[in-house]
Design a protein around this ligand. Structure first.
Ligand code: BGP
Length: 461
């Protein structure tokens, strides 16, 4: 069988500033929370290469963009580092940063690769975290000014913008489950952070329109289809709640301009409604996204709660469901994530049926593997057939969704080249291109990169 995609399909990959650029304290860049965390707790990150150096995209972007071209990219998603552009989060723009992002954007365009630019990928400027980060309303305002600066500086060439990447992750990591700075466990703050990020996204979209920019503004969400253990009503109820908390919390306001009733119900009942001002809900209502990036790695499987929650324990979403380990599930053992290819199709069909078939694309999907060096053959090429298979199996489901009317426009792998990860440092490798840290970050295209070129050229496989 052949799987051919619609003309103009976006083939490429995605990456983020903090994970790839390095040069974290160079040319006037301010510190973000990751630079800070790495400084105070280096042992949390079990590799000696941190965001300070990582893949050195700051120095090697020309070479990297050439490689993107070589493996058939027609688009690439990157992020701007807020603390590089505006070192303290507010105030003057750093001209060295403007020069760098201009160079990257121009280089991409010169190579016929469309830049998709995201404004916030987990990297809060440290000066703003000191005043509470997203819990603080002033940070919403600072973000809006930062967004305006980006549109003004780069909007003549960038036509696809994203306000946030996976905005629920800083909520979960920073305020519930201890994997992002400031690693607190505080449901009230978590809700406030979620609300303020959603508001910041709507405000950036409003600014974009007011400025008369052309192009589209979207958001990138990690969607985790929430499958119940069984069709038993109690299991179904658990999955509806998990879906409202983890998916619809951001998906509904971003696309429909309103919050899911199930979620509001819980927040009211438990006394966790966020603080907001008059007019906020209208701003959210009237400034929804035009394009949705979908990051998909794994589903969420849940079942009805088996034991009564301990009233002494801090309030967590798990008060409403238990996680369910499905027997026989397929796993990526390196990351500990389930691989369930059909999930990508379920998401796309849900968007088609319940979200007005909004224009969307797969903005991340990928497979992190530890110890890939052992797959390097005598010609120096990493034989990552498992990655090719992973991508192919997901693309087959994307293809089926398209045949059924999904408005999905592209597929970006996470990620272009191996990079530094928030929770695993340089352990798991995700790239089409390998980075050899022992040889000053030497790049080599993996077998999957070579294969991707054929997919892009043929517009399928
Ligand atoms: C997503 C993030 C990426 C990336 C990816 C892989 O959640 O948007 O930044 O890191 O996951 O996850 P990890 O690096 O934790 O294995």
């Amino acid at each position: 069988t052949e799987y051919i995609f619609p003309e103009g399909f976006w083939w490429g990959s995605s990456a983020s500033a903090t994970q790839t650029e390095g040069a974290a304290s160079v040319d006037g860049k301010g510190k973000n929370i990751w630079d800070h965390w790495y400084e105070i707790e280096p042992n949390r990150f079990f590799h000696d290469v941190g965001p300070e150096k990582t893949s050195q995209f700051y120095y090697k972007y020309k070479e990297d963009i050439k490689l993107m071209k070589e493996i058939g990219h027609n688009s690439f998603r990157m992020s701007i580092s807020w603390a590089r552009l505006i070192p303290n989060g507010t105030g003057e723009v750093n001209t060295k940063a403007v020069e760098f992002y201009n160079n990257v954007i121009n280089e991409l365009i010169a190579n016929d690769i469309e830049p998709f630019v995201n404004l916030f990928h987990f990297d809060m400027p440290y000066e703003l975290q000191k005043i509470g980060g997203w819990t603080n309303r002033e940070v919403v305002e600072a973000y809006e000014n930062y967004a305006r600066a980006c549109f003004e500086l780069f909007g003549d060439r960038v036509k696809k913008w994203f306000t946030h990447n996976e905005p629920i992750v800083p909520v979960e990591g920073g305020y519930l489950y201890d994997f992002h700075y400031p690693n607190e466990v505080d449901f009230r703050k978590a809700v406030q952070v979620a609300f303020n990020t959603i508001l910041s996204s709507a405000k950036a979209i409003k600014a974009f329109k007011e400025m008369g920019q052309d192009g589209k503004v979207g958001i990138i969400l990690n969607l985790t289809p929430s499958y119940p253990r069984s069709q038993h009503p109690a299991d179904l109820k658990a999955s509806v709640i998990a879906d409202a908390i983890f998916n619809r919390s951001f998906l509904d306001p971003s696309v429909k301009g309103e919050f899911p009733e199930e979620l509001i119900g819980i927040l009211k009942e438990e006394g966790f409604m966020p603080e907001y001002e008059n007019g906020d809900l209208d701003i959210i209502k009237n400034h929804t996204v035009e394009l949705l990036g979908v990051n998909y790695y794994q589903p969420r499987r849940v079942k009805a709660k088996e034991n009564l929650p301990n009233p002494e324990a801090p309030f967590l979403p798990e008060r409403y469901f238990d996680n369910y380990v499905m027997p026989g599930r397929k796993m990526n053992p390196h990351r500990g994530w389930e691989i369930y290819e059909k999930g990508i199709y379920d998401i796309l069909i849900n968007l088609k049926e319940n979200y007005g078939n909004i224009e969307c694309f797969i903005s991340e999907n990928g497979m992190g593997v530890e110890g890939e060096e052992k797959y390097r053959d005598e010609n120096g090429i990493i034989q990552d057939d498992y990655r090719i298979e992973f991508i192919q199996e997901h693309l087959k489901w994307v293809h089926k969704a398209i045949q059924e009317g999904s408005n999905v426009k592209g597929y970006h792998l996470w990620t272009f080249m191996d990079n530094w990860s928030w929770s695993n440092a340089y352990k798991n490798r995700y790239g089409f291109v390998s980075v050899n840290l022992d040889k000053d970050g030497e790049r080599t295209i993996k077998k999957s990169g070579q294969w991707f070129k054929t997919v892009s050229e043929k517009n399928g496989f």
